[in-house]
Design a protein around this ligand. Structure first.
Ligand SMILES: Cc1cc2nc3c(=O)[nH]c(=O)nc-3n(C[C@H](O)[C@H](O)[C@H](O)COP(=O)(O)O)c2cc1C
Length: 247
């Protein structure tokens, strides 16, 4: 998507286009736009993207340094990771380093949760034997083979009692989704692939991993260097999904 197009869309939708158009003339943001349309130095799957003014504001609040590692780092990472993430179902054998793994787990730890309950437990599996058994238990799922191919598998388990369910909403599922997204986006930023596997028989998985009964097994993802990066899946247009002020 061209930058003019992005701005045009933003202008139309927000009604504050003139103000934001002025913001783009800021040298830091101009640098940002240049950086985000340059080839990805990591050679990973790259989608050109321009940070939204809202995201820049957020990044500025979180990271006030203007030396290229502060605002720029946060803006680039978030936008690029969101745009380039794909569900990866084929992996290389290349190992994931401890450093990469700890960055991913650190980002997971910062996920939002209902009343900050953080009712999650994260299983990190590197044992090829356990991965093979898990892959078998996932048979029939399009992501099952990836679990035995990738060097690491991450499993997110939730304690429903460590979350809430007011108004007939199971917040632990939402919490798990946010946690998984932190994992997937941080992995994408590092050039690593993931795929959220959510369709499985928990009773088959539980004994393989020894997960206690009080926990629900919500999400599984292989983690590794992608052997094949799928194309972008279609997304609904904003005009079809966004309602302004009232439905
Ligand atoms: C909650 C959830 C459950 C999913 N379960 C599976 C699954 O069981 N197996 C699988 O191969 N992909 C699964 N996916 C991946 C989706 O198919 C994928 O995200 C979607 O097709 C969009 O493609 P993209 O992730 O490459 O943008 C799941 C995704 C989500 C968010």
């Amino acid at each position: 998507m061209g930058s003019d197009h992005f701005l045009a869309v933003f202008t139309t939708l927000s009604g504050t286009g003139a103000k934001n158009a002025r913001k783009w003339s800021d040298p830091i943001l101009a640098f940002s736009a240049k950086r985000t349309t340059a080839p990805d130095p990591r050679g990973a799957f790259f989608m050109p993207a321009r940070p939204s003014p809202l995201l820049i504001k957020y990044a500025q609040a979180r990271s006030p340094s203007e030396d290229g590692t502060g605002i720029q780092g946060v803006v680039d990472m978030t936008v690029e990771a969101i745009r380039k993430r794909r569900s990866v179902r084929k992996y290389e054998e290349t190992p994931v380093s401890d450093d990469q793994l700890s960055q991913i787990l650190e980002s997971a730890r910062y996920a939002a949760s209902w009343a900050n309950k953080q009712g999650w437990q994260i299983l990190v599996i590197k044992d090829a034997g356990i991965q093979a058994k898990l892959s078998e238990a996932l048979e029939g799922n399009p992501g099952s083979k990836a679990v035995s191919q990738a060097p690491v598998t991450i499993v997110v388990c939730m304690d429903p009692n460590e979350s809430g369910s007011p108004n007939d909403k199971q917040y632990f599922m939402t919490d798990a989704g946010i946690l998984m997204d932190h994992i997937m986006l941080q992995a994408a930023d590092l050039g690593l692939g993931t795929v959220f596997i959510g369709f499985f028989d928990e009773d088959k998985i539980r004994p393989v991993l020894g997960v206690p009964d009080q926990f629900r097994i919500v999400g599984i993802t292989p983690l590794g260097v992608p052997a094949k990066i799928p194309g972008e899946r279609p997304r609904n247009e904003l005009a079809d999904i966004v309602h302004w002020d009232k439905w």
